[in-house]
Ligand binder design. Sequence first.
Ligand code: PLP
Length: 313
Amino acid sequence: MTLHTSPARTATDPRYAGGAAYMDGTFMPLGEARIPITDWGYRRSDVVYDVVSVWDGCFFRLDDHLTRFRASMEATRLVPRETDDEIRSMLHRLIALSGLTESYVAMDCLRGAPLPGTTRHPKNARPYLIAFAIPYVRLVPAEVIERGTHAIVASAVRIPDASLDARHKNFHWADMTSGLFEADERGADMPILLDAAGNVTEGPGFNVFVIRDGRVATPDSNVLGGITRLTVIELCAELGLPCDVRPVSAEELRNADEILFSSTSGGPFGVTRIDGRILSNDRPGPLTNRLREAYWAKRKAGWHAEPVRYDLV
Ligand code: PLP
């Protein structure tokens, strides 16, 4: 399947050509955005975030991303001054400034720096929002998506939900980062992390689906509620593919007919090797391809799409 791209608009102001940023009420070119080094968002990873995509000049499932972002913020007691409606308008304006028609749009709520004269308790900081829009990013290069991703089961165990609820999108990525280096050292593209009981969780930036004998399954716990995961579950229903949300063991993963990853950064895409074992003749499998093609065809047709307000510059 060829990845579609439409011609980029041009940013109205050339300073925004590389992307646009928003910091606590102010818009600026991407390269001008700076975080204070005393901010706990940086010093303690005390930050939650979300990422939505724009394709063909439309946001995908923006309502779902805003709902998830608000839930992450509230659960972490990180509440900025902007309402959801204000965040929505701000995101539209960011894309309008950048002129991008295919974009990776990140929004973060940071704890902030301790206010002068207060104790070093996080309640003494004022959380604030930053966001940026840059050209669309894929987790792996387009050629790897076409060829199929090579994955490993990482030796790092995923941080448990009991310590950090994976549903709240966060920057605690030490396990993912070590998995990425391990994948590299073992000649693979991506790691998949297990929980302490040996069940599949997720990977750096994606949820995992296994397919065996025509049945699809995805882990039910210790995972982010991925918006693309939700989309794949809905697509399975539309395509008549049974899809279970339940514990998935490492053994099932290693013996799967097909494995599929799902992410805002690349949509659904296939795995062709797991710990060196070749799946589906080393090409993305037939059900993976059906789900992937349905995803992009429906997006192109305007499914869950919210057109960007390019007039908001
Ligand atoms: N799991 C993790 C840890 C992620 O960071 C992401 C996305 O960045 C996902 C899953 C996929 O979620 P979504 O489909 O909403 O992009």
